[in-house]
Design a protein around this ligand. Structure first.
Ligand SMILES: Nc1nc2c(c(=O)[nH]1)N[C@H]1C(S)=C(S)[C@@H](COP(=O)(O)OP(=O)(O)OC[C@H]3O[C@@H](n4cnc5c(=O)[nH]c(N)nc54)[C@H](O)[C@@H]3O)O[C@H]1N2
Ligand SMILES: Nc1nc2c(c(=O)[nH]1)N[C@H]1C(S)=C(S)[C@@H](COP(=O)(O)OP(=O)(O)OC[C@H]3O[C@@H](n4cnc5c(=O)[nH]c(N)nc54)[C@H](O)[C@@H]3O)O[C@H]1N2
Ligand code: SF4
Ligand SMILES: [Mo]
Length: 730
């Protein structure tokens, strides 16, 4: 038997932890964090530790599947699947036009960086602009806010030099999500607190991150836009903002000042249910610290007003001048992407919506965040010209993750063709005409390209330094399997449909660089050849990256922020007309005032360490902790409802109801139910059976996509959902 250990990185989540893989006879048997790695320093979570189990999971699909007329799936050779799917897509395209073919990319579409580039080229060659992704059911307000506000052409102040961090509804110690840099957030936070950084957390739950905060505000959910307006009001009134920076670079300060005026500490305190002094204190700490940024996560983004909230948050960072200035060193200028031309000047706003494909539903168009996924089910269901008839899901799970599960299921069933690229028979795969079995990450090469792009996602995201890693495929696919890399599937379709593919590279700033590179459509390229195309203008060459198989920091040559260009006139906008109008509306009444009566509790979203959206919980070590998503409730709330931990309850919104298993959690604000999403499979409407313990409950079912949505992004309330709860009767 041969033994060896090879370096690689984990692609289970976006954190991309550097790891060491032990192999016996070429087969992975164990993985662990790489202690010698400069950024991760050995960090490795419980999901990553199950990577080998995921690779050899008994339910992993080793062959693609085709569904027969009775709804049963049976293996099909990948070649035959590609032939049949290409044929069907060609027919649909000829008959109904390219718009009738849509794509949805979910969280696992980013695990292999070749996927995004090839699928984008494929959609372009096909002539369909109906490409949707999970960003628009995540935090679309971030991209819309950036468009309305404009962009500072140098990064935000880096975490390592920050004296404060303000985290709103984000929990990086569990989600590896933002607010603390990517890599080893626990370690980075400890280091920062040790050097005196102050941490302010605003979250209705005393999260793992909030426990370490200098100041924790535990508000009602859904009032975050009002809270940030309140912080801005204190800061502007007390003159704590960066007046010089605003004078030189910012438009709309007077409009903002007027619009936040109604949000006095007392008003915000009564709306959000926190002491007024805490609002004042948080504002003074944040502004007074002089250095450090405010970052938000999914919680406030999913609680309505996500776009307005993110706009105000960006404005808070801007009026406090939290952007790098001339001469400062850029800690992370990017590694696998083209060099970042940091300049101390502003790029003014750009269109946030109203361009590209016009949707037939609720007046939406393409947006700066992408095509709004919340309308896709209706685009499938609504009869008429342009109806979506074919959908390909790349590494996403609509049935589990989209809001309004019943509508989603109806839409999936109505499609002429549903293709699911999935590692297992997920909730959506069960309804698919074809399920394409992909290679596992351990069987594929990779580069940390999407991790580099994360720095652009929002303030407080990305690596702390210019870090990058390349990994070759670590092992061969299991014997007897018939698997494709996700991009190969689209390449194979393109060949059969005679669609020429050309790859574009995205810069960290501005549009794609250079001319698209045509792919050889006769001789299939390797993943490495695709990476080489994607990295051709990168700051660090692909060859250089490969010389560091354990991953490395690439600080040289250092990048410093250049002075403003002569005659440059761009300015950031903190007084956007649409946003000030939305804020005026918000001032008229507290959030809860427009909620339906008879639903006294609020269900909020949260992530758990042992689940990754709809993935991970079927892995042995994680499964042992239970396969369902508990409904966490404060013990006092439980008592007042006459419930005990372990009880099965019915949780009803005014749209639908689900079952849940309650658990006591004293870290929650009373009156809330905190539950993870993307559980619940394709379970029928609430019935009392074992399914609730086996597959959990789908919180997406509680939300309608047709009302009470963010008017700019289309995102309905996926957190802060009004519900009531009673013991379920068997
Ligand atoms: N109520 C509520 N709803 C939410 C959220 C919330 O907080 N609350 N969060 C939202 C957010 S932030 C997001 S990003 C979306 C997530 O939305 P999606 O991305 O659509 O959902 P996932 O469950 O992450 O889907 C991942 C799919 O990839 C499959 N998969 C796993 N491993 C692999 C692999 O190696 N290769 C391939 N090809 N596939 C693989 C999984 O089996 C699964 O089917 O959900 C959103 N929905
Ligand atoms: N272990 C694990 N890690 C993950 C994922 C996972 O499923 N599991 N999912 C990945 C994905 S797709 C994403 S997008 C990121 C998301 O990363 P995060 O946004 O950090 O996700 P959460 O951990 O759910 O944190 C959201 C927080 O918002 C709080 N919250 C809920 N409603 C409100 C509100 O109205 N106002 C305020 N202020 N707070 C509120 C919740 O209590 C919770 O603590 O995580 C990624 N990482
Ligand atoms: S945090 Fe966990 S799941 Fe994510 S990359 Fe690291 S080890 Fe993998
Ligand atoms: Mo997400």
């Amino acid at each position: 038997m041969t033994h060896e250990t090879r370096p690689s990185y984990c692609r289970f989540c976006f954190n991309a932890c550097a790891m060491l893989v032990d192999l016996e006879d070429g087969k992975p048997v164990a993985v662990r964090g790489d202690r010698s790695n400069p950024v991760y320093q050995g960090y490795f979570c419980v999901k990553g530790q199950q990577l080998v189990e995921a690779w050899r999971h008994p339910e992993r699909l080793l062959r693609s599947q085709k569904r027969d007329d009775n709804g049963r799936h049976a293996p099909i050779a990948s070649d035959a699947a590609c032939d049949e799917i290409a044929q069907k897509l060609t027919e649909i395209r000829e008959r109904y036009g390219p718009r009738s073919i849509a794509l949805y990319s979910g969280t696992f579409s980013t695990a292999n960086p070749a996927s995004g580039a090839v699928v984008t080229a494929w959609m372009k060659a096909l002539g369909s602009r109906m490409a949707f992704n999970s960003n628009t059911i995540d935090q679309p307000g971030k991209a819309l806010a950036q468009a309305l506000h404009g962009m500072w052409m140098a990064p935000f102040q880096d975490f390592a030099t920050s004296r404060v961090a303000l985290l709103i509804g984000v929990n990086p110690l569990v989600a590896m999500s933002g607010g603390i840099p990517q890599g080893n957030p626990g370690r980075f936070l400890s280091d920062a607190l040790a050097r005196g950084m102050q941490l302010i957390v605003i979250d209705p739950r005393r999260t793992e991150t909030a426990r370490r905060a200098t100041l924790h505000l535990q508000p009602r959910p859904g009032e975050d836009a009002a809270i940030v307006a309140g912080l801005l009001r204190v800061i502007l009134e007390e003159g704590l903002h960066d007046a010089d920076f605003c004078e030189e670079n910012v438009d709309g300060l007077d409009a903002l000042r007027a619009a936040v005026d109604p949000f006095t500490p007392d008003v915000v305190a009564s709306r959000a249910g926190v002491p007024a002094e805490q609002i004042v204190q948080a504002a003074r700490i944040f502004a007074g610290a002089g250095r450090g940024v405010a970052t938000a996560g999914t919680g406030p983004n999913m609680s309505g007003n996500g776009t307005l909230f993110e706009y105000l948050l960006l404005s808070l960072n801007t009026v406090c001048g939290r952007w790098l200035r001339e001469g400062e060193r850029v800690a992370n200028p990017g590694t696998v992407v083209p060099p970042f031309p940091a300049i101390a000047q502003a790029m003014g706003p750009w269109p946030a919506w109203g361009f590209g494909e016009k949707l037939r539903v609720r007046g939406f168009t393409n947006t700066a965040a992408g095509m709004p996924t919340t309308v896709l089910a209706d685009e499938i269901l609504l009869e008429g010209d342009g109806r979506v008839r074919a959908l390909i899901n790349l590494g996403g799970n609509p049935v589990a993750a989209w809001p309004d599960q019943r509508k989603t299921i109806a839409a999936m069933k109505k499609l002429d063709l549903l293709v699911q690229i999935d590692i297992k028979m997920s909730a959506t795969a069960k309804l698919a005409d074809y399920v394409i079995a992909p290679k596992h990450s351990l069987e594929m090469a990779g580069i940390t390209l999407n991790q580099d792009y994360l720095a652009l996602y929002g303030v407080g995201f990305g690596y702390p330094e210019a870090y990058g890693q390349y990994t070759p495929a670590i092992t061969e696919p299991p014997e007897g399997s018939d698997l494709l890399e996700e991009w190969e599937f689209f390449y194979e379709l393109a060949k059969r449909m005679e669609l020429p593919l050309a790859l574009r590279q995205m810069g960290l700033v501005g549009p794609a660089k250079g001319e698209p590179v045509p792919l050889d459509m006769e001789l299939k390229p390797t993943s490495e050849e695709i990476f080489a195309i994607l990295m051709r203008d990168a700051r660090i060459s692909f060859e250089e990256l490969k010389r560091h198989p354990h991953g490395a920091v690439f600080p040289d040559p250092p990048v410093f922020v250049a002075p403003r260009q002569e005659g440059w006139e761009g300015r950031l906008a903190v007084g956007s007309g649409e946003m000030m109008e939305a804020l005026a509306k918000l001032a008229e009444r507290p959030r809860a005032a427009s909620d339906p009566e008879g639903y006294p509790l609020r269900l909020i979203s949260r992530r758990m360490m042992n689940a990754y959206n709809s993935s991970a919980r079927d892995l042995p070590a994680l499964r042992a902790k239970g396969r369902h998503n508990p409904a966490f409730v404060h013990p006092d709330t439980l008592a007042s409802l006459g419930l005990a931990p372990g009880d099965v309850v019915e949780i009803a919104s005014d749209h639908a109801s689900i079952l849940g298993v309650v658990e006591a959690d004293a870290t929650l604000r009373p009156g809330l139910v905190s539950m993870s999403h993307a559980f619940g499979d394709v379970a029928p409407d609430a019935t009392y059976d074992d399914a609730v313990h086996e597959v959990g409950s789908n919180t997406g079912r509680l939300t309608s996509v047709e009302r009470d949505y963010d008017p700019f992004s289309g995102l309905p309330r996926m957190s802060d959902i009004p519900v009531r709860m009673v013991r379920a009767t068997p």
